[in-house]
Design a protein around this ligand. Structure first.
Ligand code: B12
Length: 227
């Protein structure tokens, strides 16, 4: 008996999961795109369960290249948004990241919600996924978006944030830009640690989150969550 041919979603997802992705989702992002990229209505959202560091960025970039290969073969247009788009100074991509964030793709692809710590929380891996996105006009079938936070009454990240940057408000797709994090406080703290330890390593709001957390962690002396 002949096997059913895989559709493009399945081809991409299977390939990425075999090559290092932890989660892969597909989103209809047509309602959030404007201007130069409004024709790229679908997003492939890729998450890997690793701290955001140089090696992680390399892996994510490689996964994005794999997606692009399939899209190019199908004759589709695409735009790859690198995991560290903010560092691509002066480029077209660097202008995009405040307009289209990896978190939009991830919640729209049903990978998770935005937690009180401002991070994408997956039910299985918590806030420990580092993210990358490829936008495309390929006819991908969207997964079901997640519409609201499931943090409920948990306030661990707010209570343990060393700089009181977390407001404790809850995210929903209806009010997606509610102030979750006082970004300047978070950023300044990371800069301060960088001058002392050489790396802007905090990550307490990642390590304390109960979603996806390994049991029996020590709350005192938590390790940092990335660069
Ligand atoms: C600038 C930046 C920072 C700044 C500002 C942080 C912030 N909260 O915005 C600083 C330097 C402080 C920072 C710190 C960190 N960052 Co940072 N950062 C970024 C960057 C480059 C851009 C984020 C940005 O400015 N977005 C613009 C604002 C307006 O959007 P946003 O807050 O990101 O997301 C909102 C929308 O997505 C919206 N939304 C979600 N779904 C939907 C759906 C619809 C339809 C709509 C309309 C909106 C919507 O809700 C979100 C919350 O309001 C992204 C990479 C990227 N290109 O996305 C990484 C990124 C957000 N950072 C990341 C990480 C890991 C960190 C740190 C943990 C690093 C560390 N170890 O300290 C900390 C965590 C701080 C924290 N708790 O937020 C990861 C987050 C992964 C995750 N699981 O969520 C990202 C995605 C990088 C990556 N490639 O993985 N970061």
């Amino acid at each position: 008996m002949r096997q059913r041919q895989k559709n493009l979603n399945e081809v991409i997802r299977d390939d990425l999961l075999r090559n290092g992705a932890t989660v892969v989702g597909f989103a209809d992002v047509s309602e959030v795109l404007s201007g130069e990229i409004s024709h790229l209505k679908s997003a492939v959202s890729i998450g890997i369960n690793r701290n955001l560091n140089t090696e992680t960025i390399k892996i994510l970039l490689n996964l994005q290249k794999r997606v692009i290969r399939f899209l190019r073969e199908g004759g589709y247009h695409y735009l790859s948004i690198p995991p560290d788009s903010d560092r691509c100074n002066g480029t077209f991509i660097s202008r995009l990241y405040p307009l289209f964030t990896h978190k939009i793709a991830a919640t729209s692809a049903g990978i998770g919600w935005i937690g009180k710590n401002g991070l994408l929380i997956s039910p299985e891996y918590g806030p420990r996924l580092s993210l990358a996105t490829v936008l495309t006009d390929a006819p991908l079938v969207p997964d079901r978006p997640i519409l609201k936070s499931q943090c409920d009454s948990c306030n661990l990240c707010r209570d343990y944030c060393p700089t009181s940057a977390i407001t404790g408000k809850e995210w929903s797709r209806e009010d997606p830009y509610v102030e979750l994090i006082k970004k300047a406080l978070c950023d300044n703290y990371k800069k301060k640690i960088k001058t002392i330890e050489g790396k802007p390593n905090c990550g307490l709001c990642i390590n304390i989150c109960p979603y996806g957390r390994k049991k029996n962690i020590r709350v005192q002396g938590l390790q940092g969550g990335g660069e």
